[in-house]
Write a protein that binds this ligand. Structure first.
Ligand code: ASP
Length: 334
C-alpha cells in the first residue's frame, strides 16, 4: 500500500462571495473543493434536520414559496434529477426540469446562449448536469442566480459526496478517523473525486483500491492511500464505497473482461471478510450487479446503506437549495 501526500488539486475553488463570516459564504455549489469543514458541517447539519422532516407524514414547507428552480440535465439521471425535483417541491419552489432531448442544444445552441436564455427567465436556482468537466462553472459565470453542480464530467458531484457523508455520519456517528475505502473505476468518477475532497477535509483516512488503469492521472496529489488488491485494501475498513464501471467514459482497453474484473475487483461477502465486522457498504448507483458488486452484498440489509444514500439525497438537496436561497428570502424579509 502506498501513501500519497495532499498537493494542489487541479480544479478551481468554489466561488466565495463577500461578506464572509457566514457559515456558507458561497453563491454557488460547484464542487466540494474550496469548501471548508465549517461549510460542509453546516450543510450536513441542515440536511440532518430535513432527513427527520422527510420521515414525517407532512414533508413539505412553504419556506421557498415563490422561488423558481430549473433543473438542466445534459446527461441521463434517475436519482439525482428526481431527488432535486422532490427537494425543490418539498421546499415550496416552482420546479421545472429540462433534459437535452427537449432543449435547443440539439438544434445547435451553444451552452452560453442557453445560459443567457435561462437567465432571462429569472430563475432563483439552476441545477445542472453536463458531460464536460468545467461546463457547470462556465455556465455559472453567466447566471445571476445560484448554480448547483449535479455532476460535471469526471470533475465533481458535490451533492453525492454530501449525501454519502451524511449517511456515514448518521450510521457511524462521525466521519473523522474512519477508514474509508473507495473502490473501482476511480479514474472516471466525479463521485470519487468529490468524496476524496470531502472526506479528507473532514479528517477521514481515504484509501483507493483499484487496478492502476482505473486510477486518475493526478492520484499522487489527492492525499490518499493506494492499494491494488482488494484483500489488502479492505483491511480494517469502516466503510467501503463501490463505484460503477463507467464504460461510457472509457476509450480503449482499461480492463481484461467483466468476468475477470468481478473476480478481482467485485465486492463479495468473501472479500468483505477482510474489512471490519460492522463495515458499511455504499454505492452511488446505478449499480452493475455482478460486475463491481454482488447482488447478495448490495441487498444485505445489515451491511448495505445503498437505499439510505438515496433517502439522504433528498435531504441533502433540500439543504443545498435552502442554504443557497437564504439570501433571497432574507432580502424579502421571509
Ligand atoms: N450517478 C453517479 C454519477 O452521476 C455515479 C455513476 O453514474 O456511476 O456520477
Amino acid at each position: 500500500m502506498s501513501t500519497h501526500s495532499t498537493g494542489p488539486a487541479p480544479y478551481p475553488r468554489a466561488e466565495v462571495s463577500p461578506p464572509s463570516g457566514e457559515l456558507f459564504p458561497h453563491k454557488h455549489l460547484l464542487g466540494i473543493w474550496g469548501l471548508d469543514p465549517t461549510a460542509i458541517k453546516h450543510l450536513l447539519d441542515t440536511a440532518d434536520g430535513y432527513a427527520e422532516q422527510n420521515r414525517q407524514a407532512k414533508k413539505s414547507t412553504d419556506k421557498c414559496e415563490g422561488l423558481t428552480q430549473i433543473n438542466l440535465f445534459f446527461e441521463n439521471s434517475t436519482r439525482t434529477l428526481m431527488s432535486f425535483e422532490i427537494a425543490g417541491k418539498r421546499l415550496g419552489m416552482e420546479v421545472t426540469s429540462m433534459s437535452t432531448g427537449t432543449s435547443s442544444i440539439k438544434k445547435g445552441e451553444t451552452l452560453l446562449d442557453t445560459a443567457a436564455t435561462l437567465n432571462a427567465m429569472r430563475p432563483d436556482v439552476l441545477v445542472m448536469r453536463h458531460a464536460d468537466s468545467g461546463a457547470v462553472k462556465l455556465l455559472s459565470e453567466k447566471m445571476d442566480c445560484a448554480v448547483i453542480n449535479a455532476g460535471d464530467g469526471r470533475s465533481e458531484h458535490p451533492t453525492q459526496a454530501l449525501l454519502d457523508a451524511l449517511t456515514i455520519r448518521r450510521r457511524k456517528g462521525r466521519i473523522h478517523g474512519q477508514t474509508i475505502v473507495i473502490s473501482g473505476d476511480v479514474a472516471h468518477s466525479r463521485v470519487a473525486r468529490s468524496n476524496i475532497y470531502l472526506l479528507n477535509a473532514m479528517g477521514a483516512r481515504v484509501r483507493l483500491v483499484a487496478p492502476s488503469t482505473l486510477l486518475p492521472k493526478d492520484v499522487d496529489r489527492l492525499g490518499v492511500e493506494i492499494c491494488h488488491r482488494m484483500e489488502e485494501g479492505l483491511e480494517g475498513a469502516d466503510v467501503v464505497m463501490m463505484l460503477r464501471l463507467q464504460q461510457e467514459r472509457m476509450q480503449g482497453a482499461f480492463l481484461p473482461s467483466l468476468r475477470e474484473y468481478y473476480q478481482f475487483w467485485g465486492l463479495t461477502h468473501e472479500k468483505l471478510k477482510y474489512a471490519k465486522e460492522d463495515v458499511l457498504v455504499m454505492h452511488p448507483g446505478p449499480m452493475n450487479r455482478g460486475v463491481e458488486i454482488s447482488s447478495d452484498v448490495a441487498d444485505d440489509l445489515d451491511r448495505s446503506a445503498i437505499e439510505e444514500q438515496v433517502e439522504m439525497g433528498v435531504a441533502v438537496r433540500m439543504a443545498c437549495l435552502d442554504i443557497l436561497t437564504r439570501g433571497l428570502r432574507e432580502e424579502d424579509g421571509q
